[in-house]
Design a protein around this ligand. Structure first.
Ligand SMILES: [Zn+2]
Length: 415
C-alpha cells in the first residue's frame, strides 16, 4: 500500500480539517433528508452491528454448538492484482500462505465455521459468482452508503476524514471485489472478517529494504457500526503478536492498532456489519521474509499467533499445538553446534524464539526492530546468547553456541 502517499494526504487533510473544524458548516438545505429525519438516519445508520459480548456468548455454549462463529479469512490481493512485491516474491502469495494456515487452525478448532475467500485455485466459487453476477448491486450498495455518509457529514452528524481519498487507488475490479466481500459478509451473517496483508511504502529504490518494520492492525474508525468488537479482537491479536514480533515503527502505525475510516476491507462508509481486522503482518522487505524456508516458518507462526489472539479474545486459549511455548518455532531439538555469521538457519530461528522466552532477546542495547527473528546469527544473537549462558552458568565461551549451550537448550526446549 502507498503508505507514504497516504500519510502526506492524511497530513494535508488533517491540516484542512483542523482549519474547517473552527468554521460553522452551513448546510443550505441541500441534503435529501429533512432536518428532523437526519437524526433518525444517523441513529439507524450507526446502530451497533457487532457486539463483543454477543460474540463471546456464542462461544460460551458447550460443544457441539448449534451456531458456530463464522469467520471469513481474506488473503489480501489476488493473482490479478497481487499488491506489493519484493525480490520476486508477491504479496498475494504470502497472504495466501498465511490465510490458508489461519483458516486451517480455526477450522480444526471446532468452534468456528471458516470461509477462505480464495485458495490456490482462485476465488471461492460462491464469491467469484457473486462478484460477477451482483456487480451492479454491489456498486449500488457502496454508492448508497456513501450518499448517506455524505449527507450525515453535511448535516454535521459525523466527521468524515477522508472523503474520496483511497489508500491505494484500488482499480475498479478490486473495488467490486472488496465491497462485494463486505456485502456478501453482511448477507451471510459472518461474525468476523480478517484481511491478511504485508506492508510496503513508496521509496526511492523499491529493490532495497525500506526504513520501517513491524506489524500493524487496522480497525474500523470508532463512529462505525462494527468498530467496538473489531477493536477488542484487534487488541488481543496485537498483544499476542507482540510476544515475538514488534509493532510497526512507521509513525502513523505507532499504536499498533490503527483506526481507519477509509479502508474498504474494514468497512469504509459503514459498509460492513461484522467485526473486521486488516492485519499488515510486517514489511515485505524485512529479513525474515526473504529466504523461502524462514519465510514459511515465520508465516506459519504469524498465523498461529493470530489464532491464539482470537482465542484469547474469547477467553478460550486452548492452544495445544506446540504445548507450553505458544509458538510453532518451539519445541526444537538442536542437533549441531551453530556458528556466528550463519544466515537463514531454522535452528537459529528457534534459538531466537527460545531466547525471547528467556527474556534475553533482544539484548538491552538493541531493540526488536534491529533484532528481528530471522534465523541470522549476528550481534543480537551473540549478545543475548551470552546473557543466556550467564543466566544458567554455562561454561562455553560467551556468545558461542558450544556443546554445553546446546545441551541446556535441548533440556529446556527440546522435543
Ligand atoms: Zn496489501
Amino acid at each position: 500500500m502507498n503508505r507514504l502517499v497516504t500519510i502526506l494526504i492524511l497530513t494535508l487533510i488533517g491540516l484542512v480539517a483542523c482549519f474547517f473544524v473552527a468554521v460553522p458548516i452551513f448546510s443550505k438545505n441541500i441534503f435529501a433528508y429533512g432536518a428532523e429525519s437526519i437524526n433518525n438516519v444517523a441513529s439507524i445508520f450507526f446502530i451497533e452491528s457487532s457486539k463483543p459480548e454477543v460474540l463471546k456468548e456464542v462461544l460460551d455454549k458447550p460443544l457441539p454448538v448449534e451456531r458456530k462463529l463464522r469467520i471469513l479469512v481474506v488473503p489480501g490481493h489476488d493473482n490479478e492484482y497481487w499488491g506489493t512485491q519484493y525480490k520476486g516474491v508477491k504479496e498475494a502469495e504470502m497472504t495466501l500462505t498465511l490465510g490458508k494456515e489461519l483458516a486451517r487452525l480455526l477450522l480444526q478448532d471446532g468452534k468456528f465455521e471458516v470461509t477462505l475467500s480464495r485458495d490456490d485455485n482462485g476465488y471461492f466459487p460462491v464469491l467469484a459468482k457473486y462478484f460477477e453476477e451482483e456487480k451492479k448491486e454491489i456498486l449500488d450498495f457502496a454508492k448508497s452508503k456513501k450518499k448517506i455518509m455524505k449527507d450525515l457529514e453535511i448535516s454535521g452528524k459525523i466527521a468524515l476524514k477522508l472523503d474520496g481519498v483511497s489508500h491505494n487507488n484500488a482499480p475498479s475490479p478490486v473495488v467490486v471485489r472488496l465491497y462485494g466481500i463486505n456485502k456478501w459478509a453482511n448477507e451471510n451473517n459472518i461474525d468476523l472478517v480478517i484481511h491478511v496483508h504485508f506492508n510496503d511504502y513508496p521509496r526511492r529504490k523499491l529493490s532495497s529494504p525500506g526504513t520501517y518494520s513491524g506489524f500493524s492492525i487496522y480497525v474500523p474508525e470508532h463512529q462505525y457500526s462494527n468498530s467496538r468488537s473489531s477493536k477488542d479482537i484487534a487488541y488481543e491479536v496485537s498483544k499476542q503478536l507482540q510476544t515475538y514480533y514488534p509493532e510497526s515503527n512507521m509513525p502513523k502505525e505507532g499504536e499498533g492498532v490503527v483506526e481507519d475510516q477509509d479502508l474498504i476491507a474494514i468497512g469504509s462508509f459503514n459498509t460492513l456489519d461484522p467485526a473486521s481486522l486488516l492485519v499488515e503482518y510486517g514489511y515485505i522487505y524485512e529479513p525474515q521474509f526473504l529466504d523461502q524456508t524462514i519465510r514459511g516458518k515465520i508465516i506459519n507462526d504469524l498465523a498461529t499467533q493470530t489464532y491464539i489472539g482470537i482465542n484469547n479474545f474469547f477467553g478460550k486459549n486452548n492452544f495445544d499445538l506446540s504445548g507450553k511455548y505458544n509458538t510453532t518455532l518451539l519445541p526444537h531439538t538442536f542437533q549441531d553446534v551453530l556458528l556466528g555469521g550463519m544466515k537463514n538457519n531454522p535452528s537459529i530461528l528457534s534459538l531466537q524464539a527460545a531466547l525471547v522466552l528467556e527474556g534475553v532477546f533482544p539484548p538491552e542495547e538493541y531493540d526488536e526492530h534491529s533484532c528481528p527473528l530471522a534465523g541470522t546469527y549476528g550481534a543480537c544473537t551473540k549478545k543475548s546468547l551470552a546473557l543466556f549462558q550467564k543466566k544458567y552458568n554455562i561454561s562455553d565461551e560467551a556468545g558461542k553456541f558450544g556443546e554445553r549451550t546446546l545441551q541446556k537448550l535441548n533440556e529446556l526446549y527440546g522435543e
